[in-house]
Design a protein around this ligand. Structure first.
Ligand code: OSB
Ligand code: MG
Length: 372
């Protein structure tokens, strides 16, 4: 449905995590996130820029995203009239990379269109194949193996369907051996966030004995070809995360045999239009997908839930309960996970939750408004 991008507000919010989150590239204690609000005729659509605080997962970071939004993204879209949110990604196509930043605006436009049409976001994107989505958890590197095991036990007891642990050189084979000894039959996977190279093939082959569902992004963030070589040497399926920024990358990775599973992150691929395209490439190739996470606030989390209702999201994702991250979330109700490890998909318009405006105001540290 046609709409005009009449006004845009950028909200920079900061919220401490309930527990630090450590990956191979570092530890996060507190999140700095940019929310993008797009307005038309008194209705607001909301999106979230999923970039981290530092350019270590990929090239993007919050401060850089703020600059790009102010200097390029907003001026490229403000006042534009589009036939549908599906056209919005095209308005910022001339900018290279920075897909999380551009994707935050794009996702806000999908939410706006859904709200203007009075339909749930999942319906507008062509989802709805799942009424409940299957949830896993991503558990960061801990200070000790007993602490990790205690955390895993808590999440397994809560009902989460799959456990992902972060690995890096020095926190890998023996850690997974200890976890497997304690939990012989859980669905278990490991995410290296690009911490290894092809020199580690023999080392990584040791993981084959632990019956992992998959190993996520072992090699460099932009290295599809080396992943194909590694996959040939491993029994464990490789799942690509960082490498897949477009449907084109997904097709190349699949054709080269670089992975058997793909993690789709809404921001990493630049929003819903590209996420759907990646999903469709994977469906056609028989490659299962799941929804990744970036420690999102309630807004990004709600978008991930909508995305996860597309049919080929058949593996448990990294979308989990608000309370695992935040003492208080910015949406109401908070995202909750059932004892079966699922999130129920609602029927409300747009992303399907209300904003807690008072709380949102209290965590906002910077704002910028633009109107056409
Ligand atoms: O690689 O999936 C990743 C968090 C920050 C950066 C990268 C990743 C992650 C996660 C956390 O694994 C997923 C989540 O719980 O939101
Ligand atoms: Mg990952």
């Amino acid at each position: 449905m046609e709409f005009q991008i009449e006004a845009i507000r950028l909200h920079w919010i900061e919220m401490p995590l309930v527990h630090f989150f450590e990956t191979s590239f570092g530890r996060t204690y507190s999140r700095k996130m940019i929310l993008v609000e797009v307005r038309c005729g008194g209705t607001s659509g909301w999106g979230e820029v999923t970039a981290g605080e530092h350019p270590y997962y990929n090239e993007e970071w919050t401060e850089g995203a703020w600059a790009l939004l102010n200097e390029y993204v907003v001026p490229s879209v403000l006042g534009k009239r589009v036939g549908a949110a599906a056209e919005v990604a095209g308005l910022t196509e001339g900018m290279k990379g920075h897909r999380m930043t551009r994707g935050g605006l794009e996702a806000a436009c999908w939410d706006l269109e859904a709200r203007l049409a009075g339909v749930p976001l999942w319906q507008l994107i062509g989802g709805g194949a799942h009424k409940e989505i299957a949830c896993g958890v991503s558990i960061g590197i801990q200070d000790s193996v007993p602490q990790l095991i205690e955390k895993i036990r808590r999440e397994v007891d809560a009902g989460y369907q799959r456990i992902k642990i972060k690995i890096k050189p020095g926190w890998d084979i023996e850690v997974i051996r200890a976890v497997r000894r304690e939990f012989p039959s859980i669905l278990l996977m490991a995410d290296a966030n690009s911490a290894y190279t092809l020199n580690d093939i023999e080392h990584l082959r040791q993981l084959d004995e632990f019956n992992l569902m998959m190993m996520e992004q072992p090699l460099a963030h932009d290295e599809i070809i080396d992943h194909a070589q590694l996959q040939r040497a491993l029994a464990t399926p490789i799942c690509l995360d960082e490498c897949i920024r477009t449907a084109h990358h997904a097709r190349q990775a699949i054709e080269l045999g670089a992975c058997r599973i793909i993690n789709i992150k809404l921001g990493r691929v630049g929003g819903f239009a590209e996420a759907k395209a990646v999903h469709d490439v994977c469906t056609a190739a028989g490659i299962p997908v799941w929804c990744g996470g970036m420690l999102e606030s309630g807004i990004g989390r709600a978008h991930n839930i909508a995305l996860s209702t597309l049919p080929n999201f058949i593996l448990p994702g990294d979308v989990s309960a608000s309370r695992r991250y935040w003492k208080r979330d910015i949406i109401e109700p908070w995202v909750e996970v059932s004892p079966r490890g699922t999130i129920a998909v609602g029927d409300g318009p747009g992303f399907g939750y209300n904003l807690d405006h008072d709380f949102l105001k209290s965590v906002t540290v910077r704002g910028e408004s633009f109107s056409a």
